[in-house]
Ligand binder design. Structure first.
Ligand SMILES: [Zn+2]
Length: 279
């Protein structure tokens, strides 16, 4: 099996990527003094930046093909050298066709998770995944339509999310939501109001698609370290603490879209600290 594919019971999870993004520490973690990163240099680039993979997960379960998150989207025409915009090429490289996808599930509606949902075609938009319906939380759907927060927090929603409603392709999720017999959306709010992580259960084995409940492995232990992308810092901290305790205790496999690709690992404890153990 290639190293970007794991099996959880009867379910296959393939890690795909739209590329990557990089930020200065003071930009992405403005409230964490740079000194605090001492000892965590391995979680940073050589230039002491935070680097994010833009991961999507393609899940094959009971005859269905489910894509979790759709990256940042096509490269802008005026910036062809950006290090993202590669998801469709990664589909091709892995022998997957967009028309195989039956279900698109978004962990939340931030710009780097919805980018490939739709393609412009003249005046209108068409779904990039022509046979799919699109799942999102009601809370995020409502948040991305609020004029006070949309431009800053959900900048590409007008082109990547809103048109899905006119196309009649949206499936809304409230609270803990059974997506399929093997996939459940678990509310993990804070980063966005309706953020969810996706729990996969099959043959007694379990995995969790984390979403943005953490952006960097350091946050498995430093659960209070919020970033500027976390919309509600207090709720984010609470959610992350409870979630990391559970992932460690129950030894659940984690698929982390923003960690180094392919992003499969476990939360383990060594000498009093939580660590990311790559699978
Ligand atoms: Zn993200």
């Amino acid at each position: 099996m290639p190293n970007n594919v794991i099996r959880v019971g009867n379910v296959e999870i393939m890690s795909l990527s739209d590329g990557m993004l990089e930020f200065d520490l003071c930009n992405f973690f403005p409230t964490i003094p740079e000194d605090s990163w001492q000892g965590h240099e391995s979680d940073l680039t050589e230039e002491h930046k935070v680097r994010f993979n833009l991961g999507s997960f393609l899940i094959r379960s009971q005859g269905r093909t489910i894509l979790v998150d759709t990256g940042l989207g096509p490269k802008p025409a005026d910036a062809p050298d950006v290090p993202w915009g590669q998801l469709m090429r990664d589909f091709q490289d892995n022998g997957v066709r967009p028309d195989e996808v039956d279900m698109v599930v978004m962990t939340h509606l931030h710009r780097d998770h919805v980018g490939w949902n739709l393609m412009p075609e003249g005046e209108r938009y068409v779904p990039t995944f022509p046979n799919a319906r699109y799942w999102m939380s009601t809370k995020d759907w409502e948040a991305c339509r609020q004029p006070e927060i949309q431009p800053q927090r959900f900048p590409n929603a007008p082109s990547c999310v809103w048109p899905l409603a006119d196309l009649g392709l949206i499936e809304l999720m409230d609270g803990e939501h059974t997506i399929t017999p093997e996939l459940t959306a678990l509310p993990t709010p804070g980063h966005t109001p309706g953020h969810v992580s996706i729990l996969i259960t099959s043959q007694g084995e379990r995995a969790l698609v984390l979403g943005d409940a953490a952006h960097n492995p350091v946050q498995l232990h430093e659960t209070d370290w919020v970033s500027r992308a976390d919309m509600d810092p207090e709720v984010t901290r609470h959610t992350r603490r409870i979630l990391m305790e559970r992932l460690e205790r129950e030894e659940i496999i984690v698929a982390a879209g923003h960690f180094k690709a392919p992003g499969f690992g476990k939360v383990v404890r060594l000498q009093g600290r939580r660590y990311w153990q790559v699978l």
